[in-house]
Design a protein around this ligand. Structure first.
Ligand code: F6P
Length: 380
């Protein structure tokens, strides 16, 4: 690696707190430790295809550590292998991956750092197979990227969701209501489980555990019998009843994963009121959990990820995702990461801790054990 290596970076997919911490760390480490130069592509893969980029010098990252969002912009529609082009009120889809390769070469890049989630890593893996020197950095509030114990952005989203649960608690108590808080997380329940546990919720419903309305209503009635005349339910947007399906709020044709979830809590509230006559209310946190300043944990994790990504460039370790395993940084092959989702393992300590502290997961313990065995067979 020459001492004047040139690195391209971009942020792809849905934003989250900590993106700027990663960008800053990459730029500073590249300049300070290796005298590399960095350019930042705007709006995800779109910037590489359409040649939208900016030079990232020290000044470009001043004051961004604490800022949410991404100074580079992002897109969850710009898949280079299936790029939407508006045409006559509709879209046509083109494979523009060769333009990414051409621009990478034209700009004289030695490496490209893709900061993103599972969609971004699928394309990153394909581009790596086409010969680009790619390194991935794991981002998402969903914490569902395979190969890493934690994505940056998750901790900040969990803190925001937990604060919401704390606030809802007081009004639940005052009005003796069932309060349902719906959080994002797509097909994985990490955010609901962690914020439900941290916020002292009574019931947590996640996509990995199809819920049973009777079990939920029994728990609510039991709380009332014990004189606890309010209850808090935290539900992941991808949760669904046993035998039922997830609630889709909209589909976005141009997005690689077209489905947008949301609204399951409204259904649940009317079912609970119907069965128990307990007054129920819904709060859907939505994009709120993606906003705001990153937590100190995410600032540090993002900084670690950024430094490591540049160290990997210096070592020539390409085609890999920086990952956290335990407390240590490592990396995993993009081929192993691409196309997989890391769901909540029903063996995870958070599941055990939830049950041990009396939190209901919306099913009986016997059913949960069956689901755990099923999951074990699928993942074996
Ligand atoms: O992947 C992050 C995420 O916020 C999910 O939790 C959520 O389902 C989705 O993105 C929402 O996407 P959009 O920002 O396109 O509405």
């Amino acid at each position: 690696m020459s001492s004047k290596a040139r690195i391209g970076i971009f942020t792809g997919g849905g934003d989250c707190p900590g993106l700027n911490a990663v960008i800053r760390s990459i730029v500073k480490t590249a300049i300070n430790d290796y005298d590399m130069s960095v350019i930042g592509f705007k709006d995800g893969y779109e910037g590489i295809i359409l040649n939208k980029y900016m030079t990232m010098d020290r000044d470009s990252v001043v004051g961004i550590l604490t800022r949410g969002g991404t100074i580079l912009g992002t897109s969850n529609r710009a898949d280079p292998f299936n790029f939407p082009i508006p045409q006559k009120g509709d879209y046509v889809y083109l494979d523009r991956s060769s333009e990414v390769v051409e621009n990478y070469e034209k700009l004289g890049l030695d490496a490209l750092i893709a900061i993103g989630g599972d969609g971004t890593m699928i394309s990153a893996n394909k581009l790596s197979e086409m010969g680009l020197n790619i390194i991935g950095v794991p981002k998402t509030i969903d914490n569902d990227l395979w190969g890493t114990d934690q994505t940056f952005g998750f901790d900040s989203a969990m803190v925001t969701a937990t604060e919401a649960v704390d606030k809802i608690h007081t009004t639940a108590q005052s009005h003796h209501r069932v309060m349902i808080i719906e959080v994002m997380g797509r097909y994985a329940g990490w955010l609901a489980l962690a914020s439900g546990l941290a916020g002292g919720g009574d019931i947590v419903l996640i996509p990995e555990i199809p819920y049973d309305l009777d079990s939920i209503c029994d728990k609510l009635r039991e709380r009332n019998r014990l004189g606890k005349n309010f209850s808090i339910i935290v539900i992941g947007e991808g949760a669904a009843p046993e035998g039922g399906s997830m609630v889709v709020s909209r589909t976005i044709e141009t997005s690689p994963d077209a489905i947008r979830l949301g609204g399951v809590s409204n259904q649940l509230a009317s079912q609970i009121e119907g069965v128990t006559k307990l007054e129920s209310r819904v709060t859907i946190l939505g994009h709120l959990v993606r906003g705001g300043s990153p937590t100190p944990f995410d600032r540090i994790l993002g900084t670690r990820y950024g430094c490591e990504a540049i160290d990997m460039v210096a070592r020539g370790e390409y085609g890999r995702l920086v990952a956290l395993q335990g407390r240590d940084l490592t990396s995993v092959a993009l081929t192993d990461v691409a196309g997989k989702i890391r769901k909540v393992s029903l063996d995870h300590y958070l599941i055990k801790n939830a049950l041990s502290t009396g939190l209901s997961l919306g099913v009986s313990r016997e059913r949960l054990e069956e689901l755990r065995k099923e999951q074990e067979l699928v993942t074996a």
